[in-house]
Design a protein around this ligand. Sequence first.
Ligand code: NAP
Length: 249
Amino acid sequence: MKFEGRIALVTGASRGIGKSTALKLASEGANVAVHYAKSADKAKAVCEQLRALGRNAISVQADVADRDAVNRMVTQVTGELGPIELLVNNAGDVGSVPFSELTPEHWDRIIAVNLTGSFNVLWAVKPGMIARRFGRIVNVASIAALAVRPDQMPYAAAKAGVISLTKSCCGALAPHNIRVNAVAPGAIATDMLGEVTPAFAEHLRSTTPLGRLGEPEEMANVIAFLLSEESSYMTGATVIASGGRILMP
Ligand code: NAP
C-alpha cells in the first residue's frame, strides 16, 4: 500500500473531491483527518467509511479562512492522529456571482477561503513537516485560474494564487524533503457544480473534449499520485485534469 500508516489531513473532505480523496488515501493505508466547515454529519459518515477499511479517522471542523481555528484544528489532528505527513488543501467555495453584482466584501471572502485558506492550513502544518523532514502537499486549484471567468472573478484569481503559492512553496520547502504540487480540475460532478445553472453545466459538458464531466474519484487518483512516491521527481507542478478542457470558454 502506498500510504501504509501515514497520517493525512484532507480539507473539505465531507463531500465531493475531498471525500473521494479521503477514501482513496485510506484504501492505500493512510489514517485520515476528515475536515469540514458545516457538514458535521457528512464528515462523521466519511470517517465511518474509513474505519470500515481498518484505518484511524477523525472529523475536524474549521473555517479555513479563520487562522486561529485552523491552528487549533491542526493541533487537534496532531494530538489525536499523529504528525501530519500528507496534506490535501482541497476546501473551496466557488462563490459564483454575476460581475455586475460582485461586491468588495464578496471578493474578500472568496479570496480568504480559497487562497488565504490554503495558505493558513499549509502554514500550520509546515513546522511539523520541517521538523520531521518529510511532507507531501497537494493544493487543489482549478482551470478557472487559466480561463476567462467574469462571473467567478475572485475564485479564478484565488486559484491562480494557489498555483503561484504551490510554486513558491516548492522552492522554499524542497530542502526539507517536502514536495508541493497542485491539481487543476476541470468540471467535476460535485455539489459545487450544482451552483451553476443547468445551461452552464451543459455548456461545460459539451465543450469538454472527452464529452463528459469528471468524477471526483478521477481527481482523487491524481491527488494520490502526487502524494505518492510514484511522483518522486515532481514538485511545484500543476497537473491539469480537465478532460481536455483548458482554455475553452
Ligand atoms: P464541494 O463538493 O462543494 O465541497 C466543498 C468542500 O469544501 C466541503 O467539504 C466544504 O465543507 C468545504 N468548505 C467550503 N467552504 C469552506 C470553508 N470556508 N472552510 C472550510 N471548508 C470549507 O466541492 P468540490 O467540487 O469537491 O471541490 C473541491 C475542490 O476542488 C475545491 O477547492 C474546488 O474549488 C476545486 N474544484 C472543483 C471543481 C468542480 O467542478 N467541482 C473544478 C475545479 C476545482 P462543508 O461540507 O462542511 O460545507
